[in-house]
Write a protein that binds this ligand. Structure first.
Ligand SMILES: [Zn+2]
Ligand SMILES: [Zn+2]
Length: 56
């Protein structure tokens, strides 16, 4: 793996972003949602990998 470029892939849009927030799924508390700044601002839907929960 290459390091040096900070960032994560957004759960909503799938783009690599260095401006992101990470939080646990509000439903199952296990899945970790990564959301870029843009999706956070535009309230793009995300989906939890673990339980399939979708939410803003
Ligand atoms: Zn995004
Ligand atoms: Zn979940």
């Amino acid at each position: 793996m290459t390091t040096g470029m900070p960032g994560k892939v957004c759960s909503s849009c799938g783009r690599l972003s260095s401006q992101y927030v990470e939080f646990k799924c509000p439903k199952c508390g296990e899945g970790v949602i990564t959301r870029c700044d843009e999706c956070r601002m535009t309230y793009t839907r995300y989906r939890c990998d673990k339980c399939g929960f979708e939410g803003p």
